[in-house]
Ligand binder design. Structure first.
Ligand code: NAD
Ligand code: TYD
Length: 347
């Protein structure tokens, strides 16, 4: 089986590529990535020479390029992760999100459809999406697979749009698809623009920890390795045309999470208790900031037998250890463009 994984040099994509390359020796995994600021082939050093792995550098918005690679390889399945993925960047440059997340997804859908001429036996288009498409919850309630879409940020609006196009291609052209909507991921190789790795990096550098608003925003956190395992399971066992929510059963208010992170970092760095908490700075809120995301992941749990394999404390501890062991990676990805981004976003 030839599987195209898009965005495989990014955070979640690299974990999915590694899992598939190591587990399924009889599949050939093609990783297509344009290597934006968020894509990094260093994330895949351990498998780059595997005989069942090929990297293709390319942009999903380049229609003729995408059509050509589908003509050459005729992939049996696509696992689509390539995206612009950071809410703050989507507020600064929404159009970039429409281009990659909406148009790029459509170009892939078209190429996949045209390649198989409606003969879709054993074929699959797997679209990886986010819980942010459901909008914001109040203090109570959970997102289920039937919650109405109500996106609030340009990022979530672009992902919602791409989800709609995937479903439309299923209905209109019988493209076999599954969609998963996952909560906030954390773990090794996450680009330090997202909350957890940004704050780990700032603690290491003795910089302020910029908590948006009053910090009373809630997210449901899932360890990236468990997300990759869920994708593997849905890819092989999920029902065609279905959506599955994936979450960690693990809600945290931002400020409580940040305090836990500070405590763990102080312990690991041998700093006096309470040193990192002193770096917390409450800063201007994010416009349109969603109050709370929380996933009901019982469908994937009950129907497919998936559940998170590590506790949050274990996952967070592993994550911090990885960043402490990989300060060169961290320093490389935070030089150059990152400095400009940081200036614009936080100063
Ligand atoms: P990421 O930003 O770390 O990686 C995205 C990857 O896509 C990068 O390697 C980048 O180079 C590549 N890419 C971007 N634009 C491209 C283009 N036009 N053509 C080809 N490649 C391109 O993102 P992530 O956090 O790993 O997220 C992966 C997917 O999972 C996204 O679709 C995102 O919406 C979804 N998701 C993420 C989270 C999360 O917490 N990070 C949660 C739920 C769902
Ligand atoms: P983030 O990691 O950007 O993920 P998302 O916006 O997709 O949930 O942010 C997680 C939460 O942390 C969110 O409520 C915004 C907040 N946050 C801060 O308070 N400060 C920051 O510098 C960042 C990046 C996020």
């Amino acid at each position: 089986m030839k599987i195209l994984i898009t965005g495989g040099a990014g955070f979640i994509g690299s974990h999915v590529v590694r899992l598939f390359v190591n587990t399924y020796k009889d599949y050939h995994i093609y990783n297509l990535d344009s290597l934006t600021y968020a894509g990094n082939l260093e994330n895949l050093k351990d498998i780059e020479h595997a005989s069942n792995y090929t990297f293709i550098k390319g942009d999903i918005t380049d229609e003729s390029f995408i059509n050509n690679i589908f003509k050459t390889h005729c992939f049996d399945s696509v696992i689509h992760l390539a995206a612009e993925s950071h809410v703050d960047r989507s507020i600064a440059d929404p159009l970039a999100f429409v281009k990659t997340n909406v148009i790029g997804t459509m170009i892939l859908l078209n190429a996949f459809k045209d390649c198989w001429h409606s003969n879709f036996d054993n074929k699959l288009f797997y679209h990886v999406s986010t819980d942010e498409v459901y909008g914001s919850l109040g203090e109570q309630g959970l997102f289920t697979e039937t919650t109405s879409y109500d996106p609030n940020s340009p990022y979530s609006a672009s992902k919602a749009s791409s989800d709609h196009f995937v479903r439309a291609y299923g209905e209109t052209y019988s493209v076999p698809y599954v969609i998963t909507n996952c909560s906030n991921n954390y773990g090794q190789n996450q680009f330090p623009e997202k909350l957890i790795p940004l704050f780990i990096n700032n603690i290491l550098k003795g910089k302020e920890l910029p908590v948006y608003g009053d910090g009373n925003y809630t997210r449901d956190w899932l360890y990236v390795v468990d997300h990759a395992k869920a994708i593997d399971l849905v890819f092989h066992k999920g029902k065609i045309s279905e959506t599955y929510n994936i979450g960690g059963f693990n809600e945290w208010k931002n400020i409580d999470l940040v305090k836990l992170l500070c405590k763990l970092m102080d312990k690991k760095l041998g700093n006096p208790h309470g040193s990192s908490i002193g770096l917390i700075a409450y800063v201007k809120d994010r416009p349109g900031h969603d109050l709370r995301y929380a996933i009901d992941a019982n469908k994937i749990k009950n129907e497919l037998g998936w559940q998170p394999s590590v506790t949050f404390e274990e996952g967070l501890s592993n994550t911090i250890d990885w960043y402490l062991d990989n300060t060169e990676w961290l320093n490389r990805v935070t030089s150059g463009e990152y400095q400009l981004y940081y200036q614009k976003q936080y100063n």
